[in-house]
Design a protein around this ligand. Structure first.
Ligand SMILES: [Zn+2]
Length: 459
């Protein structure tokens, strides 16, 4: 279709690419037309092969344009353009993403010594992406060479090309393989530069964790390749590839991996050097009325000032350490602070995990049970007992999912009750006549909740 491979472009007068643009316009129309035609039964494989061939043809156009770019730069086209580098010129003039513009610029600036790579590309033996990678790492090797050992550029360029092109010509070599080989080559040829570049990337390391005004947050981190390896290995410990039926987006899975890592840290933080033997915890003060979803209840609030919605506080209140704080109903000042006690004692947890091995989500989940939270099938604040018959492991995601669903149902019911004209507080779901009706709402860190036992959860 586009036979540009063997014919070099003529020295282009202005407007010399007009014919190419016309042909491309026609090509686009043909491709669009082909996309609109119904695929005949059994023809999909042939169509796939045609698409692949057309993409290769498109790469040849791209390569030819890169040669145009090279002529443009050589002819001083950048002078007076306001851009010092071809990469910047392409990025802004062709309004292109930086990564794609870099592909054009690197291919346009292919070192002259790489004639074997060019020939291999023109013979269809390697892809344009592979050419770009060979060019990039050969150029780097030449620029950073030890000039005592390699006074001339050309011999080293040929040596680097031999290694990288040899690899590219082997079957099933990816661009990532060439990148790894290129980095190894750079490290071998100039370990000092390699060390210096790494140190620079490490010095540039940083992270931001911003909590926004609308209760949202933003986390970002950047740095060097060694730190990236450590982070990736840790994240992979908290989740493998997606399982069938997992509908989360990749970014949601990464988020869940990060949060699982955080939860694991909180659970085991008693062993951390700076913890003084005390596990780090998120402390939430929650009136019992709030857990029961009673309208007008004083909302649950963490020590960080975060106000928790019903679903989140219920999810957090399952497998936690509970401490009763009695506060003055008028001032909110703590009057009595009870003993801290785990809702599910360690022994119950061990017994449960010996019976089930994974998250017990109703639609199936392969999260190992040892990473799960212990869920009361019937919540303890609704009278559910803390025993094995009422317990099941649920992973963090499904524990939240369960509570999101329950909260939606709860709020819907509340709305229906209001619409029915019943403006009186309905009793909390399952609450046995303990609606806290006559009490004023709390004004401080927590209402005096009335947990069904002194200092400890029901069991
Ligand atoms: Zn699960």
């Amino acid at each position: 279709m586009f036979d540009h491979g063997s014919t070099p472009p003529p020295p282009a007068p202005a407007g010399g690419l007009a014919r190419a643009r016309r042909s491309l316009g026609e090509a686009a129309a043909h491709a669009a037309h082909a996309a609109g035609v119904d695929v005949a039964p059994g023809a999909a494989a042939d169509i796939g092969a045609e698409i692949a061939q057309t993409i290769t043809a498109l790469e040849q156009v791209k390569y030819a344009l890169c040669q145009n770019l090279a002529s443009f730069e050589k002819a001083g086209g950048l002078a007076g353009s306001g851009y010092g580098r071809l990469l910047d010129w392409i990025t802004h003039t062709a309004t292109m993403g930086r990564a794609e513009a870099a592909t054009y610029a690197r291919t346009a600036q292919l070192p002259e010594a790489l004639d074997e790579t060019t020939a291999a590309y023109q013979a269809g033996e390697i892809s344009l992406g592979q050419v770009e990678h060979i060019s990039f790492y050969t150029t780097k090797a030449v620029q950073e060479r030890n000039r005592t050992e390699w006074p001339q550029e050309a011999p080293l360029a040929r040596k680097a090309e031999e290694v990288l092109l040899g690899l590219a010509l082997a079957e099933s070599t990816t661009c990532a393989d060439i990148a790894t080989a290129g980095k190894r080559l750079r490290a071998r040829l100039n370990p000092k530069t390699h060390e210096r570049d790494y140190a620079q990337r490490y010095d540039m390391r940083g992270a931001t964790f911003v909590r926004g005004p609308d209760s949202e947050f933003h986390l970002e981190a950047w740095g060097d390749e060694v730190s990236a390896d450590q982070l990736q290995a840790a994240l992979e410990a908290f989740g493998g590839p997606p399982q069938p039926g997992d509908t989360r987006r990749p970014r949601q899975r990464l988020f869940d991996q990060l949060l699982d890592m955080a939860e694991h840290t909180l659970r085991t933080s008693g062993q951390l050097p700076s913890s003084g033997g005390q596990p780090a915890q998120v402390r939430i003060t929650v009136p019992l009325e709030a857990l029961r979803g009673i309208p007008g209840a004083f909302p649950a609030t963490s020590d960080y000032g975060t106000v928790y919605p019903l679903s989140a506080v219920r999810a957090a209140a399952k497998d936690c350490v509970l401490r009763r704080i009695v506060t003055d109903p008028l001032t909110g000042a703590p009057l009595d602070v009870g003993r801290a006690k785990r809702i599910f004692p360690v022994q119950a947890r061990i017994a449960l995990l010996s019976q089930v091995t994974s998250c017990q989500w109703e639609h199936g989940c392969d999260r190992p049970a040892r990473w799960c939270q212990i869920d009361h099938k019937q919540p303890w604040w609704e009278g559910g007992t803390t025993d094995l018959a009422n317990a099941q492991p649920l992973c963090r995601v499904h524990n939240l999912e369960k509570e999101h669903r329950r909260a939606r149902k709860h709020h819907r019911r509340q709305q229906q009750t209001r619409q029915a004209g019943n403006l009186h507080h309905p009793p909390g779901p399952g609450s046995g006549g303990e609606p806290g009706g006559g009490k004023p709402p709390g004004t401080g860190i927590g209402d005096p909740p009335a947990p069904p036992g002194p200092d400890h959860p029901p069991g």
